[in-house]
Design a binder for this molecule. Structure first.
Ligand SMILES: [Zn+2]
Length: 128
């Protein structure tokens, strides 16, 4: 089974926005190809414009997220990176990182970021 490489959240969102831009340009290009059919061209152009507007929104969102992310120096590659949430991966070397001492040394899991998991942890701590 292929090993899943966890990439930093900001990088993931950024590549998603990039794909959206290319998809938008692609749709507009298809629109040009079918310009003989008015309504079909209009639909492709509309999808293209929506994709590009969406990617702009996503880029804006990344900007907002970046201001909230915690800048740290990666312990593995010693490059500056940013963390989102309680667990994230280094942008450069994909080293899993955590801000939570309780999770240190544990196997990296995206579930540590979920509300449900944090609630369960709280419950466990209370019953102890
Ligand atoms: Zn690193």
């Amino acid at each position: 089974m292929a090993q899943l490489v966890y990439s930093s959240k900001i990088n993931k969102i950024r590549s998603f926005a990039l794909i959206l831009i290319f998809a938008g340009i692609g749709f507009m290009y298809i629109g040009l190809l079918v310009k003989k059919i008015d309504w079909l061209m209009a639909i492709f152009f509309l999808i293209g414009v929506i994709s590009i507007v969406l990617s702009t929104v996503v880029y804006f969102w990344i900007g907002m997220l970046s201001t909230k992310a915690v800048p740290i120096i990666c312990p593995s590659c010693e490059k500056p990176t940013k963390m989102l949430g309680r667990v994230d991966a280094c942008m450069h070397c994909k080293q899993p990182l955590t801000l939570d001492k309780d999770l240190e040394g544990k196997e990296f899991d995206e579930k540590y970021n979920s509300r449900k998991y944090q609630r369960e942890q709280k419950k466990n701590n209370n019953t102890k």
